[in-house]
Design a binder for this molecule. Structure first.
Ligand code: AMP
Length: 177
């Protein structure tokens, strides 16, 4: 974290949301503070400028908010990973477990860069299940997922295990509730 800027202060923490026992790390409070949002995007650009990447993948929906400015600043394609039923074209999909509940995501097959290196971006990495499922779809589609980024990481939920083989980077980590 750069001197004089405290990202932790900008992240709203909401206990027992969306259900009892979950501490929800809310990034709407980051987006509402221009200096905090700019700090996040600038930090991502510093991490990945010059990296050998062919596309940035954005996880619906909060991942979109961070992946889009990164793809723009790096000048590479942005590929959306959406909840099932949102994409109109031919898709590849995967079901997976969340920290709370289950879900299914999909990607337009035509948008997957064949043989290309992909960075996957979300707002927060909890179990890593969402990013793992997205990475698996890219592999199925012929791309090479090389890394994942989350503004926030919760390493006590062991995402490193789910994301083995991928370089994991975060801007801030929390170690329990
Ligand atoms: P996971 O697949 O377990 O890594 O879950 C990651 C997804 O769920 C991300 O898209 C997060 O936005 C959301 N998520 C999971 N746990 C939390 C949490 N404690 N606070 C905020 N968002 C969360």
């Amino acid at each position: 974290m750069s001197a004089g800027f405290n990202l932790d202060d900008a992240i709203r923490k909401v206990p027992d949301f969306p259900k009892p026992g979950i501490l929800f790390y809310d990034i709407t409070s980051v987006l509402a503070k221009p200096d905090a949002f700019r700090y996040c995007v600038d930090s991502m650009v510093k991490l990945y400028k010059g990296a050998d990447l062919d596309a940035v993948a954005a996880i619906e929906s909060r991942g979109f908010l961070f992946a889009a400015p990164l793809a723009d600043r790096l000048g590479i394609p942005l590929v959306l990973v959406r909840k099932k039923g949102k994409l109109p074209g031919k898709t590849l999909s995967r079901s997976y477990n969340l920290e709370y509940g289950t879900a299914e995501i999909e990607i337009h097959e035509a948008d997957i860069p064949k043989g290309g290196k992909v960075l996957l971006v979300d707002d927060l990495i909890a179990t890593g299940g969402t990013l793992r499922a997205a990475a698996d779809i890219f592999v199925q589609g012929g791309a090479v997922p090389v890394g994942v980024f989350g503004v926030i990481g919760l390493p006590f939920l062991h995402y490193e295990e789910a994301l083995k083989g991928l370089e994991v980077r975060t801007l801030i980590e929390y170690f329990g509730e």
